[in-house]
Ligand binder design. Structure first.
Ligand code: HEM
Length: 425
């Protein structure tokens, strides 16, 4: 929508406001690709903030959508009433392909596994990583063509976040693009076009085959590290951790996918989002270039504006009233962070991108409660450094065509972003 004309936007708004409320089905990915999602959520926040919909997808079925800030916060911080098991996305896991991972576990197992991996993203390790990230950002940026169109997603966002992930895993460097592929495969829908067929059954079989290749590859690394003294990388931490060393193959794969997707897609899409948002808001771009000390604030504003994960799902463990509706024990509940981040009762001018807004860190993009993103400081650090290095080199990054958006209502991001850098400083 942010690429469309005013007439197109007006027509879309009229059509969405004319729909019966019951037909609004937020899990449908199409509005995230055509940009109309903002209008659907604006209407739900105003008219039906605790909204029931039934999806035609059999593995989704009926689910509640929470779209207001306060309701999302109430659910995210009450893990006893709202369980994260068995999944944090609306489709239920296939019975013959369940991947346990700690984001989709409740205490006490969740807490123990989270504790095992969190040192890798704790402040002492981040301080060690900072010079490495800066050096790599420099190498990536210095290799970009000047005055020539290229894809920012591939050349910068993917490259930087994949290098970071390879470092966290101590993963063989030359194979690091495998991590990008596994990340895409893990979250892709059959219609995404990344498999040889869009037939759901064929695509799902291919997806599973590639994920098995992923776990086989990582199993070799596990076997090497389990017999070596404990080290600071994620695989060694999992192999030696008391709560993770006895994981079976599927649980190892599940936690790998969590760390790969968590550390890759989200940060990648925020980096691309920052370039797009600054291009669409030249006054903010100017403000940033004149006041580089605004970089950390711009990073937080981009994380809110982008909301790289649109929602997290929970399951009610008992009947509970919310917004005048009764959520029954067993019902699925989606917390639409993407909508809470646009809630006009909490955030001033929420649809605008304002890099120096007050309380800029006040957003839902990292969640709240016991599952709050463990990698948030690392994500912010990577974004801060890439922008410090961009400002040293390039007076302008021009977006020269519409971005290609990911077809997903969960991962909110970009497949391609064509840009030109006209000159170097
Ligand atoms: C801008 C970037 C990022 C965003 C927007 C983001 C978003 C989120 C969200 C929404 C959650 C769930 C919160 C909840 O349920 O309350 C989460 C959890 C998690 N994130 Fe991130 N994330 C980002 C970067 C990262 C990075 C860089 C890593 C890893 C290095 C990471 C690893 C994780 C893990 C392991 C969890 C599960 C935590 C738990 O269940 O206790 N994330 N993230």
């Amino acid at each position: 929508m942010d690429d469309g004309s005013i007439d197109v936007k007006r027509a879309a708004r009229e059509a969405i406001y004319a729909m019966p409320l019951a037909d609004i089905n937020p899990v449908d990915p199409a509005p995230f690709q055509d940009g109309t999602w903002e209008i659907y959520f604006e209407r739900l926040r105003a008219e039906d903030p605790v909204h029931w919909a039934v999806s035609e997808e059999v593995d989704v079925g009926g689910y509640w959508s929470l779209t207001r800030w306060d309701d999302i916060m109430a659910v995210d911080t009450d893990h006893a009433t709202f369980s994260s098991e068995p999944a944090i996305v609306l489709p239920d896991p296939a019975e013959d392909f369940t991947l346990p991972m700690f984001i989709a576990m409740d205490p006490p197992k969740h807490d123990r596994q989270r504790k095992t991996v969190s040192p890798v993203v704790a402040p002492p390790n981040l301080a060690k990583l900072e010079p490495l990230i800066r050096e790599r950002c420099g190498v990536i940026l210095d290799a970009l063509p000047i005055g020539e169109e290229f894809d920012w997603v591939d050349r910068v966002s993917i490259e930087l976040t994949t290098q970071m992930l390879a470092t966290l895993f101590d993963f063989p460097w030359e194979d690091r693009r495998k991590l990008t592929r596994w990340s895409d495969v893990a979250t892709a829908s059959p219609e995404s076009g990344i498999f040889s067929s869009t037939d759901p059954e064929i695509a799902e079989n291919e997806r599973r085959a590639e994920l098995f290749e992923c776990v086989d590859y990582f199993m070799r690394l596990w076997n090497e590290r389990v017999n070596a003294p404990p080290a600071g990388d994620l695989i060694s931490m999992l192999a030696h951790g008391e709560s993770t060393r006895d994981m079976d193959r599927m649980e190892y794969l599940g936690n790998l996918i969590l760390l790969i997707v968590g550390g890759n897609d989200t940060t990648r899409n925020t980096i691309s989002g920052s370039v797009l948002a600054l291009h669409q808001n030249p006054d903010q771009d100017k403000k940033l270039r004149e006041n580089p000390e605004l970089i950390p604030s711009m990073v937080s504003e981009t994380i809110r504006w982008q909301t790289p994960l649109a929602y997290m799902r929970r399951r009610a463990t008992r009947d509970i009233e919310l917004g005048g509706k009764t959520i029954k024990a067993g019902d699925k509940v989606a917390m639409w962070y993407v909508s809470g981040n646009r809630d006009e009762s909490v955030i001033d001018r929420p649809n605008d991108y304002i890099i120096d807004r007050e309380r800029v860190r006040q957003h839902l993009s990292f969640g709240f409660g016991i599952h709050r993103c463990v990698g948030n400081r690392l994500a912010e650090l990577q974004l801060k450094i890439i922008w410090e290095e961009i400002l040293k080199r390039f007076p302008k990054i021009e977006v020269v065509g519409p971005p290609t958006r990911v077809l997903s209502s969960f991962v909110k991001g970009y497949e391609k972003l064509p840009v030109v850098i006209p000159t170097r400083l």
